[in-house]
Design a protein around this ligand. Structure first.
Ligand code: F3S
Length: 427
């Protein structure tokens, strides 16, 4: 039996002092705490809610959210939302079915009624006002963002589910277990890399190979810093380092169940605690080539005609938008290109004139959603291309499309010509 201790205030919330909505939330947090053997609850600074798309929620999910909101549940900490199934203000332009759109809007209304900010993005860490800090406790439900917060920032969060993150937001606390405890943050595997890892697509291929091998473990990358530019002080721009780590964490979480990784002499916790962070029984993994990862992610080499090129999984950063805008300047696209991002990043990019350059070439900068959570099959899309490791796995699985996978230049060339170029060298 767990010896979970509650403060008098927490006990009162559990007994319904703040109403049934808060009581329901406290019951979820306490039950999880008891299951996982937590001794107490810890205040959180921010929550990120996943499972926002109507494609995942269905009618039962929307009804559940409405009921919780009707019970008077309100979040006590800043709380943001994962991508929805469509761009909220431009769903007609996307060709979304009105019945889908109506249900999606109803779900967003239930979230906002609870006080949640409808950012509709999987990259809350790219928003200056929400970016977590070293040592923050969070309740984040987007697995790619969890990997970023724990690893790149050195914040503390478990891989929450949609309801548990929402419950934590409503009570402002989560149970202290798992990655909230330093002991559980020690590495289970030491990874040595003996081949070049240069592009975002290379980091995606690597993420497959390590995710598959470590499962829910904690990898320690002994020499990956060689392939990373220094981490910038302002991580909200993206930059080369951030864009590679964004893809690495997303793929590790998707192909394994990784919530935390360390890069020796690079990520904050690894710099502070050094090799103490490696468990004495850690297993060794040596990677000599990325061939296996590319083989799995670029699984349909027979596909040459591409219906949709999609970049921005996790949601594109300002630096990715800068690269794409400059690459496409003066070009005309032959096939559909979606760069998926947040409203916040799109607005920042528009101030620099980047959106205008991409749109002039015929590209679409789509906010609030992505090609996994949007109903792309019903938009007539059968073949896709991407440079994002997680997208290469999730889009075929969730949307039944066939995928090509390669570096960003290959993807953009595919958008310009409409067919997949076998070799485009990355700069
Ligand atoms: Fe984000 Fe969609 Fe990828 S939610 S991490 S862009 S699958």
């Amino acid at each position: 039996m767990s010896d979970l201790q509650l403060t008098p205030e927490e006990q009162a919330l559990l007994e319904g002092a703040a109403g049934p909505g808060v009581q329901r939330a406290m019951e979820i947090v306490v039950t999880l705490g008891r299951i996982y053997g937590a001794h107490d609850l810890v205040p959180i600074r921010h929550a990120q809610i996943a499972g926002v798309s109507y494609k995942n929620l269905g009618d039962a999910g929307v009804a559940f959210l409405n009921e919780w909101a009707e019970e008077g549940a309100k979040v006590r900490v800043p709380t943001t939302l994962n991508p929805a199934g469509m761009e909220i203000d431009r769903w007609q332009d996307m060709g979304i079915d009105p019945s889908f759109a109506q249900a999606q809007i109803e779900a967003i209304k239930a979230f906002t009624k609870m006080g949640i900010t409808p950012t509709m993005s999987c990259t809350p860490y790219l928003f200056p006002e929400y970016a977590p800090q070293r040592g923050d406790h969070l309740a984040w439900a987007e697995s790619s963002a969890v990997a970023w917060a724990n690893s790149v920032v050195g914040a503390y969060t478990n891989r929450e589910g949609g309801p548990s993150a929402l419950a934590a937001a409503i009570v402002g606390r989560t149970a202290r277990y798992g990655y909230h405890l330093l002991e559980n943050r020690r590495a289970t595997h030491v990874v040595e890399i003996q081949c070049p890892v240069r592009t975002i697509a290379d980091f995606g291929a690597l993420s497959y190979m390590i995710g598959k091998r470590v499962g829910a473990g904690v990898p320690w990358f002994a020499d990956l810093a060689t392939w990373l530019p220094p981490l910038p002080a302002d991580l909200t721009q993206g930059e080369e380092a951030g864009d590679r780590l964004k893809t690495l964490g997303a793929g590790l979480a998707a192909y394994g169940a990784v919530a935390l990784y360390h890069v020796a002499d690079y990520t904050p916790e690894a710099r502070e605690l050094g090799e103490w962070l490696i468990r004495p029984d850690a297993k060794r993994i040596v990677i000599q080539s990325l061939h296996e990862g590319y083989g799995v992610m670029d699984a349909n080499p027979e596909i040459t005609e591409i219906d949709l090129v999609t970049i921005g999984c996790p949601h594109a950063s300002l630096s990715e938008l800068r690269f794409i805008a400059h690459y496409l300047t003066g070009k005309r696209l032959a096939t559909r290109l979606w760069i998926t991002t947040s409203q916040i990043t799109r607005a920042r990019a528009a101030q620099e004139g980047l959106i205008q350059l991409i749109e002039a070439a015929g590209g679409e900068v789509v906010a609030d959603t992505c090609a996994v959570v949007a109903p792309v099959r019903s938009l007539g899309i059968r073949t896709m291309a991407t440079n994002a490791g997680k997208m290469a796995n999730y889009a075929p699985m969730h949307s039944g499309v066939k995928m090509r996978y390669g570096n960003i230049e290959q993807c953009l060339q595919a958008a310009i010509t409409g067919s997949w170029p076998e070799d485009v060298v990355s700069n």
